[in-house]
Ligand binder design. Structure first.
Ligand code: C2E
Ligand code: MG
Ligand code: MG
Ligand code: MG
Length: 293
């Protein structure tokens, strides 16, 4: 610690900070190796229509099990990967694996709507982002009309400087849908919803969770649903965990949902099985828990 180090040396780091930095360097190092060996995997979580039970989409979610066997959730490693510039490389592994799986299901005639890929601004700012996406779709045999990109509102803020706006227009022109993720948590949300540029809003799960006990959140979900309807764009509620939440959402008129109440995210084999055996109208084919990896 700073106190113990004598002899004229002075440390700016406390032991806690030192440990934190060491842990972060360790994660960074492991991520570099995991990129080289394509160790990142993908889970899929279904999105369904409440009115008819149809599957309208599958969100691809990155998973990482480091060699030490201790699962690290994306909420922890994605921000670190963003800080050290590794997210574009990780994103490409996820895109390739998710598109390959979805292309198989497409060939098998399994109906899943669109594959939804999360794309951060550092990924979208790569000059060859659109080129990579089109090339991968073509190589795997998935039509662009079967794909959606989930972006957060803040991406729309600095899009002009980084060329992201042009990239988004390019991919959308080819039939890829654009969706605003975590809607309601950013700034000046309304100004970012241009129906000429956006196909669907995803209401953030902090508003969806507990809508039965939090009337303020219920009103927000209702307002966002009405907004989407008025603009003629799609709406989906994420993070619905209970039957009560599902019926409240249906009552509000929010047609599409994604959440544990429908299914946990699952590895591709389970996802395929779920799609193949599912009967429309039967929402709940729920695995008991999400496998770690
Ligand atoms: P997100 O894009 O908003 O993804 C939805 C998150 O909500 C996922 O967490 C999902 O597992 C979780 N979730 C779904 N239903 C429920 C529910 O009913 N209750 C609760 N409590 N949670 C639910 P996950 O997989 O841990 O991912 C966290 C975030 O990491 C994502 O949030 C996204 O921002 C980021 N992320 C994940 N995969 C990727 C990726 O491939 N690329 C990029 N750039 N970011 C990713
Ligand atoms: Mg998302
Ligand atoms: Mg989200
Ligand atoms: Mg998020």
């Amino acid at each position: 610690s700073a106190k113990k180090s004598g002899g004229g040396t002075f440390s700016f780091f406390t032991d806690d900070l030192r440990r934190e930095i060491a842990a972060r360097l360790d994660i960074e190092q492991q991520m570099v190796l995991a990129i080289a060996s394509q160790d990142f995997t993908v889970c899929f979580q279904p999105q369904v229509s409440l009115s008819d039970g149809r599957v309208t989409g599958l969100e691809a979610l990155v998973r990482w099990l480091p060699p030490d066997g201790k699962f690290i959730p994306p909420s922890v490693f994605v921000p670190i990967a963003e800080k050290c510039g590794l997210m574009p490389a990780i994103g490409r592994i996820v895109f390739r694996k998710a598109i390959a799986a979805a292309a198989d299901w497409h060939r098998e005639g399994l109906e899943f709507g669109r594959l939804a890929l999360n794309a951060s601004s550092s990924e979208l700012a790569q000059p060859d982002f659109a080129g990579f996406l089109f090339k991968t779709l073509k190589a795997e045999g998935l039509p662009p009309q079967r794909l959606a990109l989930e972006i957060v509102e803040s991406v729309m803020l600095d899009d002009e400087k980084t060329g992201i706006a042009a990239t988004l227009r390019t991919v959308r022109k080819e039939g890829i849908a654009l969706e605003l993720d975590d809607f309601g948590t950013g700034y000046a949300s309304l100004t970012h919803v241009d129906p000429r540029e956006i196909d669907r809003l995803k209401i953030d799960r902090r508003f969806v969770h507990n809508i039965d006990s939090n009337s303020h959140h219920a009103q927000i979900v209702r307002a966002v649903t009405d907004l989407a309807r008025g603009l003629g764009i799609g709406i989906i509620a994420e993070g619905a965990e209970t039957e009560t939440e599902l019926s409240l959402l249906a009552g509000i008129g929010c047609d599409q949902v994604q959440g544990y109440a429908v299914s946990f995210p699952m590895p591709s084999d389970n996802m395929r099985e779920w799609l193949a055996t599912r009967k429309v109208g039967n929402r709940n084919t729920v695995p008991t828990e999400e496998p770690e990896a």
